[in-house]
Write a protein that binds this ligand. Structure first.
Ligand code: PHE
Ligand code: FE
Length: 262
């Protein structure tokens, strides 16, 4: 998912027949040959970029996934992922409400959209589709620390709902899980899913001199608004998933209160 919110109207996707947790059948047999071919083209384009721009954990995981030949069958991937980190994929029609989203994460289920973009959206799409969700998010769920962090995030989301603080927590998701950068021995690399699945922004976020690249700063992130429909003006850089885990471990209740009071 691109963000833990579904407040936007006119969500794309077929929500009829979705369960109360918004899960649906992936219905893998119904993807057309043209859809598999489009997915493969997206996969091939990104595959040329990731050796240079993706973080090592992502690169290590994708080799285990065998996901290049077409839209993957979620059940097969889930079986492998379950062994590695306890996570599973749950098929969803598109963006889902906060409570359903956080509840899935807090149960080690990652919601993946079933539909694929249209050919004319090859370069850019605002809502998450199966390519973004799969290519961007799923490989990192094979990394133990990242996977544990996202589980903690899900629990933190349910708590943020009770504290009316979802907007602040969603910014954390945005600047880490979606658009996060990481320092590595070979330079800055991307781990955010919105970057990994993007044909243009993946090189931009690492190479372009224009955007700010700031050290990870939890409170600053929670105060920083973001744009969903263009390349980011700023990125936050972590040193490792361990750092992300450690710095998000404290109770956010006083931080939320501090940010709220001017
Ligand atoms: N520590 C956060 C809290 O108390 C929960 C959380 C963990 C949020 C990890 C995000 C990531 O609310
Ligand atoms: Fe996403």
């Amino acid at each position: 998912m691109t963000e833990p919110q579904a407040a936007r109207k006119n969500l794309r996707g077929d929500y009829r027949g979705a369960g109360s947790d918004y899960s649906v059948e992936q219905d893998w047999d119904n993807y057309t040959a043209a859809e598999h071919a489009l997915y493969r083209r997206l996969f091939e384009r990104q595959s040329k970029l990731v050796p240079r721009y993706a973080c090592p954990e992502w690169i290590e995981a994708i080799t285990r996934l065998d996901a290049a030949s077409g839209i993957p069958e979620f059940e097969k991937i889930s079986a492998k992922m379950k062994k590695a980190t306890g996570w599973q994929i749950v098929a969803v029609p598109g963006l889902i409400p906060d409570d359903a989203f956080f509840t899935h994460l807090a149960n080690r289920r990652f919601p993946v959209t079933v539909w694929l973009r249209k050919p004319e959206e090859f370069d850019y799409i605002v809502e998450p589709d199966v390519f973004h969700d799969f290519f961007g998010h799923v490989p990192l769920l094979f990394d133990r620390v990242y996977a544990d962090h996202l589980y903690e995030y899900g629990k933190g989301g349910l708590k943020a709902m009770r504290l009316d603080a979802v907007k602040m927590l969603a910014r954390l998701y945005w600047y880490t899980i979606e658009f996060g950068l990481m320092n590595t021995p070979v330079g800055v690399r991307a781990y955010g899913a919105g970057l990994l699945s993007s044909g243009g922004e993946l090189a931009y976020c690492v190479d372009d001199p224009r955007p700010e690249r700031l050290r990870f700063d939890l409170e600053r992130i929670m105060r920083t608004d973001y744009q969903i429909d263009r390349y980011q003006d700023r990125y936050f850089v972590i040193d490792s998933f361990e750092q992300l885990m450690l710095e998000t471990a404290p109770d956010f209740t006083p931080i939320y209160a501090r940010i709220r009071s001017p």
